[in-house]
Design a binder for this molecule. Structure first.
Ligand SMILES: [Mg+2]
Ligand SMILES: [Zn+2]
Length: 457
């Protein structure tokens, strides 16, 4: 890349774009707090709390993310270029603490009314002009029409609209009230995190890796997470909190599952709670903060996994997902849903190789992945080490087999009964991470894997 006069460019090492589009972020008011008197002193420097999580979401999806900013502090003689570079280092360092990384930083230091002559120029890069975006697009072969810009000022939005980048105004920083230019933002979101969740949501549907069949996945919008287990084996940890609220990394397990569902476009989520369910509800409330709608179903008496789904029957009139609330997983739900639709069974259960078969549900299937046998093995049994993990997809008619107001287990009753009645269940085999944390050893393992980044959270 050519060195440019009065433009600071900083590209992440070995960066190669893995998409043909990107997300452009304004700096002040979007990633760091806007200061009333321009930023030339580190005591005014604060990264916006949601920024790291938001950028990490983009990293996870391999969506290129660039910081694009005008800085007039140098042109006004308030500080030198080095200070601006230092701020960028500091932003990178702060984000890296939360495992979030910018792929590039682009900064124009010009100003038409600069006090320092060197910077006096009505530069093509300076927003609302669009030269900076043209330059980046050219450099990394990006399609700007597929790209997004998140900004807090009118100059950001105007620049984006001029060059047909999809614009999102956030209500942090200037919140569009700087009155410099007149415009109507295409979309308004509360902050950078909500904006990026939106981007991932829409791109997840449009930019689906399984384009040919992605249409069928659009119909799956609902899921139920089984959160009712008492978690006896995890006592005393589960004396005060329900098992799904156990922390893995910096969040409760359940929050990871909700994020996973949302990332695959599943935004209507039912939580079947029982023991300490009110603690779950207090934390997640209506789900808005996570970009989903959450509904709670309380079991007054223990109903078992499948028994707890029965009261929700009328809410499920199309294909839906069932997750166990004590399994942490990276499973690609989109891929699994495509498999489910192609097979056309009444249900699909995810399976993997197990390292603890004697307390797992072993799944045997034929070469078309049709499940033939589903059982708890006994010592001396011969079987392959393939067991059920905690993710299932069902057609609504499967619910008819669950008796009302009765304790009815998913593993011990529902699945075996469906097989007995000759219904077709398929096994979806995946090497993606799935691990339950129902015992202290397994919880330790999951936490260790999380620390070693074996799970992409
Ligand atoms: Mg700004
Ligand atoms: Zn410039």
């Amino acid at each position: 890349m050519k060195r440019q006069l009065c433009h600071l460019i900083d590209i992440r090492r070995n960066f190669k774009p893995q998409k043909d589009w990107a997300v452009f972020l304004d700096r002040d008011g979007v990633v760091i707090k806007e200061t009333p008197k321009l930023l030339y002193d580190f005591k005014d420097f604060f990264v916006i709390p949601q920024a790291a999580e938001a950028i990490r979401l983009l990293n996870k999806e391999n969506i290129p993310v660039f910081l694009t900013t005008n800085q007039t502090v140098v042109a006004r003689g308030l500080c030198d270029e080095k200070f601006v570079s230092k701020t960028h280092k500091k932003i990178k360092k702060e984000l890296a603490k939360s495992n979030a990384f910018l792929d590039g930083i682009f900064c124009c230091l010009h100003s038409p009314r600069a006090d320092v002559k060197k910077y006096r120029l009505d530069c093509r890069w300076r927003k609302p002009k669009t030269g900076m975006f043209e330059f980046i697009a050219e450099e990394f072969k990006l399609n700007l029409k597929k790209s997004f810009l998140i900004g807090d000022s009118t100059r950001d939005i105007l620049a984006a609209q001029k060059i047909r980048i999809k614009d999102i105004l956030v209500l942090t920083g200037h919140a569009g009230k700087d009155n410099l230019y007149r415009f109507k933002p295409t979309l308004i979101k509360k902050d950078i995190l909500e904006a990026i969740r939106h981007i991932i949501y829409v791109s997840g549907v449009r930019d689906c890796r399984y384009k040919r069949t992605s249409k069928c996945f659009k119909n799956i919008k609902k899921a139920v997470i089984l959160c009712g287990g008492r978690g006896k084996r995890l006592r005393p940890l589960t004396d005060k909190i329900p098992k799904p609220m156990t922390k893995i990394g910096d969040k409760p397990l359940l929050e990871h599952l909700i994020n996973l569902l949302r990332e695959h476009g599943i935004i209507e989520i039912y939580l079947a709670v029982s023991y300490l369910g009110e603690k779950v509800e207090k934390y997640f409330t209506d789900g808005k903060k996570w970009g989903v709608k959450i509904f709670y179903s309380y079991d007054r008496k223990p109903l078992g996994g499948a028994g707890a789904i029965k009261p929700l029957e009328r809410n499920f009139n199309s294909t839906f997902i069932v997750l166990n609330g004590d399994v942490i997983t990276n499973l690609n739900l989109t891929k699994m849903a495509v498999f489910h639709k192609q097979k056309g069974g009444i249900g699909t259960i995810s399976v993997h190789k197990t390292d603890h078969p004697y307390d797992s549900d072993i799944v045997e299937c034929d070469k078309n992945f049709l499940v033939k046998r589903f059982f708890r093995p006994r010592l001396g049994d011969k079987f392959k080490l393939i067991s059920k993990t905690g993710t299932h997809i069902f057609e609504p008619k499967a619910l008819k087999f669950i008796p009302k107001n009765k304790k009815y287990s998913l593993e011990e009753e529902w699945i075996p009964d469906l097989l007995k009645k000759g219904e077709k269940l398929y096994a979806y085999y995946s090497k993606e991470y799935s691990h339950d944390m129902g015992t202290p050893e397994r919880l330790r393992k999951v936490r260790k894997d999380c620390k070693n980044e074996k799970i992409k959270l």
